[in-house]
Ligand binder design. Sequence first.
Ligand code: GLC
Length: 526
Amino acid sequence: MIQVLHISAECYPAAKTGGLGDVVGSLPKYLTSSNVLSAAIIPKYATKWNVNAEWITVFKGSVWVDWHEHYFEVHQHAGNTLGYPLFTVHLPGLFDRPGIYNDPSGAPYPDEIRRSVAFQQAVLEWLLSFPWHDRPRVLHCHDHHTGLIPWMVKYCPKYQHLAPIPTVFTIHNGQYQGAFGWSNARYLPPYEPGTGTILDWNGHINPMAGAIKTAWAVTTVSNSYLYELHQSSLGLESLFRQEWQKEWGIINGIDAAVWDPATDPMIQQRLESNDVAAIKTFKEANKAILCEWFGLPKDWPLISFIGRMVGEKGSDLLPEVYKRFLNAGARVSFLVLGTGETWTQNEFRSMVHAYGGRFNAVIDYNEALSHQIYAGSDFLIMPSRVEPCGLNQLYSMRYGTIPIVRSIGGLKDTVPDIAEADGTGRGIRFDKFNVEDAVYAIYRASSMWHNDPDTVDLVRKKIMDIDFSWENAVAQYLNVYKSIGSSVAPEVVNLTPVPEEPATPAPAAEPTETPKTKKASRTKKK
Ligand code: GLC
């Protein structure tokens, strides 16, 4: 029985644009390995991974959104190879597109409200089909894309059978709240008179605000970020303060099986043992390869940036910061990987021409290359304006790359400065979001690299030894579930492959004769 159902717009490896995908792709696995069977459900996008995977249709139904009936199917990933059951909602015409939020040109899909409401209703329709005793014990919703669910189960008569199931809402990014005007209220399913206003915040329907008001518990991904949301959250400050009693800050873990320098298939040189000498070999070999690929000097410190080039991540600060060093002829080099805002991308592109040999940029989203950059860089910079948790600093520490971070949100909670007298330091921090502070932080990093290699070795060893696994966070989430009266409890988990025969009849159009297609419900599109 699925005890915890994670409902999200992203789940790695099926769909990921950022940390949300990583977290939803690994938290269910670690809850499940603690014997609390957890599953994830996301929309079925036409991503490469989804198209190549094999699926079993487990439910078919339809939802009405704004006078249109949308047929849908719930597909389960066959084989259970992810360590937890993964379900996708196939909504023909709405999600079977290559992008997750945007089309390949970068423009957001214009029918976001319809897509989001249809997905959330489809999940609830599917849940209504579960026998009472088999329903999940917690609905765990992630970010605004699933923020209407806690409200729907409370106030939409159609879904009120699900109201006794405790809901948890986790905020990975408070910058996006999914708000839309009341003129679009027709997209909502019918609700009890007067209860629509619960979704209102500052004159708009605000799914994030609705979820903060109606979920049984609200969590975010670090304590510092929770505190910051109370100070500044694009208008939701008073709401966060009002609901403080049900709010929790839980720092994310990382998937230590995917991010393992000893076994990672995406890096060129694996870690052979944990001693300082082996770490040195690991770092040097990976750096040599990286420097060769990107035409950078091996004997200068290499500082990388990986991530989305959007305001929150602060990457727009970097061109100016880097130019201070490059123009001064400083012995330091830089590498950038990511996509995002046009201005920043163009700046980086032109810098490749102006400063080749000391600066390089890959304007792309490339999971495998990111692993090699974590393994081969000396430092990773994260100048974020806002950082709810931040995973990149955790990945980088696991691969012995010293983080340079702005003291904000989860960065503040996970990267104490190496100058701290108590010896807890893991990286280099700066406070203000400005060029001078960032330049000074890089200056500290670079001079440590050139002048104090022993400290570099010690810090590397220390950060590679930290346990960033999910166990801690899992224990805290279990506490949250219990605090709201959910009956989650460890039980024997049976993750055998999904039965060949689906719970509902296979689509009529599927052939059933030849041995290859005998599993009528299985779909693998090529
Ligand atoms: C978002 C946040 C990031 C966080 C991630 C996972 O991407 O920006 O800070 O680590 O979600 O929770």
